[in-house]
Design a protein around this ligand. Structure first.
Ligand code: SAH
Ligand code: AVI
Length: 345
């Protein structure tokens, strides 16, 4: 299906992606408070809908971060060593990457990592066509699981890139564990550029996650479409409503799917019961206070080198390095997913 080489994670577990998806869905929908992992939004249609969200007038996140990156790309470039490898987590369409590559022609290798195979292969192909001489090595896989960098980059200076505030989709303990794992993966001397959305007024946040045109609702509901198609489930798509909720205590926007009536659905060998008004929590997007984010990256074993923030709606781009106190040593495999109990394995 692809014309680019796609390298799967080198240490896949015995469990196939399909049975892991089924296990995760059944575990989430059997919990007292129903949840589904947001990483499953991103099949080909989910990635397409996400790109449509990025164009919405209400979704300020992409526009704001892009404008900030345009401004600071030359400053970032000054930190990037000759012959560097750029490793991007959750690269999607690799649009923001272009701002980094344009300002830093000294980057020789680009490694986009994404769970969404179609989006990744398309992005890798277009980057390869537009940046002749750049070696592009796409890795398809879950960045919360096993990852190893290709041997081609091990002797190069490494710059990690994690834009989009995708870090905000982790719970705080998961984000910390992710940062530690990336620290171990990228190694001593690496830089890490992370984009994080900062706290804004709920009047700005709520429309961004519940737009008038219903694109975010379709993105949220696509998770159920995917469960029906890939797991042969019988969820009634018309009987779940999209809802965005500002959770002040946790400083995050939550996306929910709310059952509009009492109903049951068959998934795998199980029957799942939903009562009217019952909620499936499908995503959290944390919106940080700057000092909270800086404390998080330090707990994650990184040192804050420089931070840039935009005017309201405020977004931060944080440049991290490894010169500070060492993170706790971690060994492969890289697995930061929550265990069924909610603890991090
Ligand atoms: N970086 C882009 C896209 C952000 S959307 C931007 O800033 O606009 C989040 C991206 O992360 C999607 O492309 C999605 O497929 C990917 N993603 C989400 N969870 C992932 C996971 N666990 N492993 C790998 N990729 C993941
Ligand atoms: C990818 N992630 C940071 C987006 C966000 O804002 O949490 C996904 C998204 N969810 C709803 N709209 C966009």
């Amino acid at each position: 299906m692809t014309s680019v080489s796609m390298i799967p994670p080198t240490q896949q577990h015995e469990t196939s992606a399909g049975s892991r998806f089924l296990d995760d869905v059944l575990r989430g929908l059997s919990a007292r408070r129903k949840t589904l992992p947001s990483k499953y939004f991103y099949d080909a249609e989910g990635s397409r809908l996400f790109e449509a969200i990025c164009e919405l007038p209400e979704y300020y996140v992409t526009r704001t971060e892009t404008a900030l990156l345009v401004d600071i790309a030359p400053e970032l470039a000054a930190f990037v060593a000759d012959g560097a490898a750029l490793v991007e987590f959750g690269s999607g369409a690799s649009a923001k990457t272009r701002l980094i590559l344009d300002a830093s022609p000294q980057i020789d290798v680009y490694i986009p990592i994404d769970i969404s195979e179609v989006a990744l292969s398309h992005a890798a192909e277009t980057i390869r066509a537009d940046y002749r001489g750049l070696e592009v090595i796409p890795l398809v896989g879950d960045f919360t699981r096993v990852l190893e960098l290709p041997s081609a980059v091990r002797s190069r200076p490494i710059v990690g890139f994690f834009p989009g505030s995708t870090i905000g989709n982790f719970e705080s303990a998961e984000a910390e564990r992710f940062l530690r794992r990336v620290r171990a993966l990228l190694g001593d001397g690496a830089l890490f550029i992370v984009g994080a959305d900062l706290a804004q007024a709920p009047e700005v946040l709520l429309p961004a996650y519940d737009d008038a045109g219903g694109v975010t609702a379709a993105f949220n509901r696509n998770l159920l479409v995917r469960i029906n198609r890939e797991l042969g489930a019988s969820l009634d798509l018309d009987a779940f409503e999209h809802r965005a909720v500002w959770n002040e205590a946790e400083s995050r926007i939550e996306m929910h799917l709310v059952s509009s009536r009492d109903q049951t659905a068959r998934i795998g060998s199980r029957t799942i019961v939903f009562i009217e008004g019952e909620v499936i929590h499908t995503e959290s997007s944390h919106k940080y206070r700057r000092e909270v984010f800086e404390a998080l990256v330090e707990r994650g074993g990184w040192r804050l080198k420089t931070a840039w923030t935009s005017d309201a709606p405020s977004f931060g781009v944080f440049l991290l390095d490894t010169e500070g106190p060492e993170g706790v040593a971690v060994t492969s495999p890289m697995n930061i997913e929550s265990s069924p109990s909610g603890e991090i394995s």
